[in-house]
Design a protein around this ligand. Structure first.
Ligand code: C5P
Ligand code: MG
Length: 160
């Protein structure tokens, strides 16, 4: 039986270090004392969103399309990674329906950026902001130098 929906799931984590910028879902976090150590721009939300899109159609993961050993992708704007994953999903006749994402970060509090992160992710996926749920958790001090993101996405078939 082939249902018109597919679930995708993605995760990402980055180590945090002082003096680096922190960007989540394409939104800079101005109060961050530490940012992501990464080959690209280290946007853990967008990396997990891209992997969620790909996984829903068993298309592998972003490392296959943007190897982190390649000089070509150094400092890469992660919005391009999401755009590529979205193209692949659309090429298979599917589109995102809604997204649920969780960011685990001890500091700073991200609540004030919730709407901005939702709107930014939604815009990239061509969805209304109301279709992107954004939750924040601390690690309760277990991983203070760490940002972790988990994302599910529902993909709906756009073609018969
Ligand atoms: O992880 P914990 O349950 O202690 O988080 C309490 C609340 O703090 C969360 O529900 C979330 O709304 C908020 N939070 C936040 N920014 C973070 C982590 C948690 O706004 N970086
Ligand atoms: Mg990453």
């Amino acid at each position: 039986m082939s249902l018109p929906f597919r679930i995708g799931y993605g995760e990402d984590a980055h180590r945090l270090a002082a003096g680096l910028p922190l960007v989540l879902g394409g939104v800079p976090v101005p109060q961050a004392e530490a940012g992501a150590v990464a080959h690209s721009d280290g946007d853990a939300v967008l990396h997990a969103v891209a992997d969620a899109l790909l996984s829903g159609l068993a298309l592998g993961d972003i490392g296959q399309y943007f190897p982190d050993t390649s000089e070509q992708w150094k400092g890469l704007d992660s919005r391009l990674i999401v755009q590529r994953a979205l193209e692949l999903v659309r090429g298979r006749g599917y589109a995102p329906v809604n997204v649920a994402l969780v960011v685990t970060l001890d500091k700073p509090k991200l609540g004030p950026l919730r709407a901005e992160i939702a709107a930014s992710v939604a815009q990239l996926l061509d969805l209304p902001g109301s279709e992107v749920g954004v939750s924040f958790k601390t690690s309760e001090g277990l991983a203070p130098a760490h940002v972790q993101t988990r994302v599910t996405v529902l993909l709906g078939r756009t073609e018969e």
